[in-house]
Design a protein around this ligand. Structure first.
Ligand SMILES: C[S@@+](CC[C@H](N)C(=O)[O-])C[C@H]1O[C@@H](n2cnc3c(N)ncnc32)[C@H](O)[C@@H]1O
Length: 261
C-alpha cells in the first residue's frame, strides 16, 4: 500500500488497520511510523487478536495495540488517525453495516488523513444467486461492493458500495480528494486451486459471529465452506465478476464534519 505510507515523513503517525487479523499489515505499519507512532489493529475476532498479540509478543514491536471491535463502531476518538488501512475485510461486512464503516473511517481520520483499502470489488452485477451463496461469501467474493463503470477516468468520483436496488452507493466522494482506484488485475481464480481452498477451509471457522465455531478463521460471518462448495465454486470464473482493487483517498483539509455520498 504505497500511498498509505506516502512520500512525507510518517514518523510518529497513528495508523489503524481495520480487520487486522493476525496483524501482518499493522506490524509493517508499526515499523514505518517508528517508536513515536501508534499502530492500532481492530478486529472483531478475539481468536485473531490472540494470534496478533502473540505475534506482537514474539516481535520487537512496542508501538502496537489491538482492540476487539466491529469496524463500523470504532473505539477511537474523532480526528485521531493519520492513516486507515484495511485488506480484504470490507467485503465481509454485512451490507447494512457498510455505510457506517465508511462514516467511521471519515470520523476518526484527521483532516489530511489517508485511506488505503485493498479489497475485492464487483465489476459485473452478480445477481441474487451468487450474492446469497455462502461459499462465495466466506470466500470473499459475494460480499464485494460494486465499482461503477468508468472508475479509471481521472475525474470520476469513486463510489465504493452496494449498487443494488434501493441502496445508494456509499462514499469516498464528498470530503475526500485525490481518490485513486486501481484494479490490480490479479487472477482471483487462484483461490479455487484446491490447496488454497483446503487452506481456507482450515481458516474458515474463526472470524465469525458464531459462538459455536472454534478455530482460526480469517474470513466469513459464521459459515464454513464445505467440500461441496469447492466443486460448485470451481465452475465460476471469479475474474468475470470481481477484481482485487486498491483504493486510496485523502480526507480533504476543509472536509465537512460528516461524510456525504
Ligand atoms: C480475510 S481476513 C484479513 C485479515 C488481514 N487484514 C490480512 O490481510 O491478513 C478478514 C479479517 O477481518 C475480520 N473481520 C471481518 N468482519 C469484520 C467486522 N465487521 N469487524 C471487524 N473485523 C472483521 C475477521 O475477523 C478477519 O480477521
Amino acid at each position: 500500500m504505497p500511498c498509505a505510507y506516502g512520500l512525507h515523513d510518517i514518523q510518529g503517525e497513528t495508523v489503524v488497520d481495520l480487520g487486522c487479523g493476525a496483524g501482518f499489515d499493522i506490524f509493517q505499519a508499526a515499523n514505518k511510523i517508528g517508536k513515536t507512532g501508534k499502530a492500532i489493529g481492530i478486529d472483531m475476532s478475539e481468536e485473531m487478536l490472540a494470534r496478533a498479540r502473540l505475534n506482537a509478543a514474539k516481535s520487537s514491536v512496542t508501538n502496537v495495540e489491538f482492540h476487539q471491535s466491529r469496524i463500523n463502531t470504532l473505539p477511537l476518538p474523532a480526528e485521531s488517525v493519520d492513516c486507515v488501512i484495511s485488506n480484504c475485510v470490507i467485503n465481509l461486512v454485512p451490507e447494512s453495516d457498510k455505510p457506517t464503516v465508511f462514516s467511521e473511517i471519515f470520523r476518526v481520520l484527521k483532516a489530511g488523513g489517508r485511506v488505503a483499502i485493498s479489497d475485492i470489488l464487483e465489476k459485473k452485477p452478480m445477481g441474487d444467486a451468487m450474492r446469497q451463496d455462502m461459499g462465495l461469501l466466506v470466500g470473499c467474493i459475494s460480499g464485494a461492493s460494486a465499482v461503477e463503470d468508468g472508475y479509471e477516468k481521472p475525474a470520476f468520483k469513486v463510489r465504493f458500495g452496494p449498487l443494488k436496488d434501493g441502496h445508494e452507493p456509499i462514499l469516498l466522494t464528498a470530503g475526500y480528494q485525490d481518490i485513486v482506484i486501481i484494479d490490480k488485475k490479479h487472477d482471483l481464480n487462484i483461490y479455487k486451486i484446491s490447496e488454497v481452498f483446503d487452506i481456507r477451509d482450515k481458516q474458515i471457522a474463526s472470524s465469525t459471529d458464531s459462538a459455536t465455531t472454534s478455530s482460526g478463521c480469517c474470513c466469513g460471518n459464521g459459515t464454513s465452506l464445505k467440500k461441496g462448495d469447492a466443486s460448485r465454486i470451481a465452475e465460476i470464473d471469479f475474474n468475470e465478476w470481481v477484481g482485487s482493487f486498491d483504493i486510496y483517498a485523502l480526507k480533504a483539509d476543509n472536509a465537512p464534519k460528516e461524510a456525504t455520498s
